[in-house]
Design a protein around this ligand. Structure first.
Ligand code: WTA
Length: 650
C-alpha cells in the first residue's frame, strides 16, 4: 500500500479531540509532561531510572553501548526475569494477591496468586533442569491459552533457557519449521485446546511436526481437554506426572542483561519467518516501564489484554510487563464469540476488569454484532481501554469509546511491533489529548519521525516512512541465525534509522497517524502475514504453476488475502480446486493465512524483466483504475484479467 493511499484520505478528515477525563488525570501514574523533557535531554539517565524499577543481582556498568546497528543495554548488569516477575512480590503483601485469573472457554476457571504462580514456576523450572535443559538452550512452546503457557515461559526464564512460543493456531508444518530453525530439543504442548466450542488437536499437530524435527528429544504434554492422543514412550511425558515429583524450589540463574530471553518468529518480506531475538535486561525494562505508564497499572487493577500469548503482545503485555509490575492479569482461553457474541462483556462484568486491551479487528466485529451485547452487561469497572495491531478506523474508535468505555475511559492506541518488543508510540492516558485513529506521540525516550527515501523528514500532513531514530531498550537484537538480514532489513534502508516497514504521516501537532505496511506484509486481523509465505504455500501445491498474493481491504479483518493463481497446463480451474488451495495454505501455515479469494488466471501481469506487478493486482482487487502500466510486458493481458476479475466479483 502506498503511504499516500486511501487511509490517508479518510484520516485527513478526522479532527475530533478527546481530552482525558479529570477524574482519570487526578489519579494517573504519569501526571506531568516533564518526563518527555527529561527523557529527551538525557535519555540514558531516563532509562537508568526506568531500570531502577527492577531487581538487579548486580547493577549495570553502562546504560547503552551503541555500535550502529548493534545495541547493548545495561551491560554488566545481572538479573533474572522470573525473579522480577515473582520472587520480588513474595516479600510484600502481594504474596497472596491474584497474579493470574484464568477463564477457560467452556466456563471453568482458576486463580493463581503470586505465591501459587511462584510455586508452579519453580517446580517446572526443576522439571526442565531435570530433563537436562540448560542456560541458552532453546525450548519450543505450542500451547493453548492455559496457565501452563506463562508458567513454562517463566520457568524457562528462571533457568536461562530461551523460549520460542509458537501460536497454537499455526499448522504442524509451521511448527516444524520454527522448531528446526532454532534447533529445539524440548517441545512443550498440550493434548488440545478449546476454540469456538471445538477442540484444537495440538498434540496431533505436534506429532506430525515431530516426524520431521529429529532434533527434538522430549515432549512434555499438558492435559487440557482429555481427549485420546498418541503417546510415544520414552519421548512423550505428561506435565502433571513430572510436576508431581518436582521439588518446590529451583534457584533463578543470574543472567547477563544481554542474554537472550526468547525468540519469536514474525513474517517478513521473504517466504521464511524471522526469529526475532529479545534479551533479558533491556526487554524487561522496556515492557515493565511502558506497562506502568501506558496502562496506568495500579495494584487494584484487574488487567485484561485479549491477545494470545503466542504473539508479541501476549509476551510483553499479558506476561512480562504486567507481572513485573505485580499486576492482576486476566487470561481467557477461547473465542470472543463463544458461546455468544457477549462473552467478553460477560467476563469483564464477572471479574470487574478495569483495563481492557484488544485489537481493532475485534472491535469491528463487536460493532457488527451490535451495541445491545455490551449494553446488557455491567461494564462500570472499566477505566482504561487500549488497542493494538493495526490502524484503528475513527468509526471503530468512537464506537469503542461510546459503547465499551461509556465515554469515561481514555483509549490508548499503542503502536509497536514484534521487533520493537515494547510500545513505542502511544498516548499517556492521563496526559495526552486523543485523536481517534492516531497513536499520538512517541513515548518518553523514543525518537520517531516520518521521512522520505533519503531519511529527510517530510512536511506535516505528507505521507512517508515511519522510522525510529534512537535505540531503545527492548529493541530486537538480531534475527536468529541471520545477523546480516537484521542489519540490511531494518537499519540500512533509511540511513541512520530503524525502518519500521510502516507508512505514516505526522500532523501539525506532531501526532503520528500510522497508515499501514509499505512492504509485502499483510495485516490480517492484526496478524502479520508475508505475501511470500502464502505464495510459497500455494506454489507448493502440485496444481499450481505460479501465484501472486496481495491484500484487499476488508470490513472486519482490516485486510483480506487475495491469491491470483496460474495453474499447470491440463488442470481444470474449478471452485473445488480453489477450496483445495485455500486448505493447502491452512495446512502449510495455519487458518489465519487462509486466502479469502483464489482467482485463477492464465497469466500474471509482469514487467519485461519478469517481475510480478503486485501493485496492479491490488488495483484490480480493489476495483481501482489501473496505475502505470507502461512497464508491462503485455498490457492487453492485464485488462483481460481486470475484466475477468470484475465479472467474477459480479
Ligand atoms: C501494525 C504487534 C497502527 C503496524 C504489536 C506494525 C499498528 C505491525 C498498531 C506490527 C497501531 C501495530 N496502529 N498500526 N496501534 N500496532 N500496528 O509485529 O503495521 O504483530 O508494523 O506487532 O502492526 O505487528 P506485530
Amino acid at each position: 500500500m502506498s503511504p499516500e493511499g486511501k487511509a490517508l484520505e479518510a484520516l485527513l478528515h478526522e479532527n475530533r479531540v478527546f481530552n482525558p477525563p479529570q477524574a482519570f488525570v487526578e489519579q494517573a501514574n504519569i501526571k506531568s509532561s516533564e518526563v518527555y523533557g527529561f527523557a529527551s535531554k538525557d535519555p540514558e539517565a531516563y532509562w537508568a531510572q526506568a531500570a531502577g524499577r527492577l531487581h538487579w543481582f548486580r547493577r549495570w556498568d553502562r546504560v547503552l553501548e551503541w555500535d550502529y546497528p548493534k545495541a547493548r543495554w545495561f551491560d554488566g548488569g545481572l538479573l533474572n526475569v522470573s525473579y522480577n516477575c515473582l520472587d520480588r512480590h513474595l516479600d510484600s503483601w502481594r504474596r497472596n494477591k491474584a497474579a493470574l485469573i484464568w477463564e477457560g472457554e467452556p466456563g471453568d476457571s482458576c486463580v493463581l496468586t503470586y505465591r501459587d504462580l511462584y510455586r508452579e514456576v519453580n517446580k517446572f523450572a526443576a522439571v526442565l533442569r531435570h530433563l537436562g535443559v540448560k542456560r541458552g538452550d532453546r525450548v519450543t512452546l505450542y500451547l493453548p491459552m492455559i496457565p501452563e503457557l506463562p508458567i513454562a515461559m517463566l520457568a524457562c526464564a528462571r533457568i536461562g533457557a530461551v523460549h520460542n512460543v509458537v501460536f497454537g493456531g499455526f499448522s504442524a508444518e509451521a511448527l516444524r519449521d520454527r522448531m528446526n530453525d532454532i534447533g529445539t530439543k524440548i517441545l512443550i504442548t498440550a493434548d488440545g485446546g478449546y476454540r469456538k466450542g471445538n477442540i484444537v488437536p495440538l498434540k496431533e499437530n505436534a506429532d506430525l511436526a515431530l516426524e520431521q524435527a529429529p532434533g527434538v528429544e522430549k515432549v512434555i504434554v499438558a492435559k487440557r481437554t482429555g481427549q485420546k492422543i498418541n503417546f510415544r514412550q520414552g519421548r512423550d511425558l505428561w506435565w502433571h506426572e513430572l510436576m508431581a515429583l518436582a521439588p518446590p524450589y529451583s534457584p533463578p540463574e543470574e543472567m547477563e542483561a544481554e542474554d537472550p530471553l526468547f525468540i519469536l518468529h514474525t513474517s517478513g518480506t521473504t517466504g521464511k519467518p524471522k526469529g526475532v531475538v529479545h534479551t533479558t535486561g533491556g526487554y524487561l525494562v522496556g515492557t515493565a516501564t511502558t506497562a506502568h505508564m501506558v496502562f496506568d497499572l495500579k495494584d487494584e487493577d484487574v488487567y485484561w489484554c485479549t491477545a494470545d500469548i503466542g504473539w508479541i503482545t501476549g509476551h510483553s503485555y499479558v506476561v512480562y510487563g504486567p507481572l513485573a509490575n505485580g499486576a492482576t492479569v486476566l487470561i481467557y482461553e477461547g473465542s470472543p464469540e463463544y458461546p455468544r457474541p457477549d462473552r467478553f462483556w460477560q467476563i469483564i462484568a464477572k471479574y470487574g476488569v478495569t483495563i481492557f486491551y484488544t485489537a481493532p479487528t475485534a472491535i469491528r466485529s463487536f460493532m457488527r454484532s451490535g451495541p445491545a451485547h455490551p449494553a446488557r452487561h455491567d461494564l462500570s469497572s472499566l477505566r482504561l481501554l487500549g488497542t493494538v495491531g493495526e490502524p484503528i478506523n475513527p468509526e471503530a474508535w468512537v464506537w469503542y469509546y461510546n459503547h465499551i468505555g461509556r465515554q469515561r475511559c481514555p483509549i490508548v492506541d499503542t503502536w509497536w511491533q514484534t521487533e520493537t518488543g515494547m510500545i513505542l508510540i502511544s498516548p499517556l492516558p492521563g496526559l495526552t489529548p486523543l485523536k481517534p485513529g492516531s497513536a499520538t506521540r512517541p513515548l518518553p525516550g523514543i525518537v520517531a519521525d516520518v521521512v522520505d527515501d533519503y531519511g529527510r523528514p517530510v512536511p506535516p500532513g505528507k505521507g512517508g516512512y515511519l522510522v525510529i531514530k534512537q535505540p531503545w531498550p527492548a529493541m530486537m537484537r538480531t534475527i536468529y541465525g541471520d545477523p546480516e538480514r537484521y542489519s540490511r532489513q531494518y537499519w540500512q534502508r533509511i540511513p541512520g534509522c530503524y525502518f519500521t516497514g510502516d507508512g505514516a504521516r505526522k500532523d501539525a501537532d506532531g501526532y503520528i497517524w500510522v497508515l499501514g505496511r509499505v512492504d509485502d506484509v499483510i495485516n490480517v486481523s492484526g496478524h502479520r502475514i508475508g505475501t511470500m509465505e502464502v505464495e510459497s504455500a500455494l506454489v507448493d501445491h502440485q496444481a499450481v504453476a505460479e501465484a501472486a498474493v496481495i491484500s484487499r481491504s476488508h470490513a472486519i479483518k482490516g485486510e483480506a488475502i487475495v491469491a491470483f493463481v496460474t495453474i499447470k497446463d491440463g488442470i481444470e480451474p474449478t471452485p473445488e480446486l480453489a477450496n483445495e488451495l485455500k486448505a493447502h495454505v491452512v495446512k502449510k501455515i495455519g487458518a489465519l493465512a487462509r486466502p479469502e479469494e483464489v482467482f485463477f488466471t492464465a497469466e500474471l501481469p509482469k514487467t519485461r524483466s519478469g517481475k510480478i506487478m503486485r501493485r496492479l493486482l491490488r488495483d484490480i482487487a480493489e476495483g481501482r483504475a489501473l496505475g502505470d502500466v507502461t512497464t508491462l510486458a503485455d498490457p492487453a493481458a492485464v485488462n483481460k484479467l481486470r475484466q475477468a476479475y470484475a465479472a467474477e466479483e459480479g
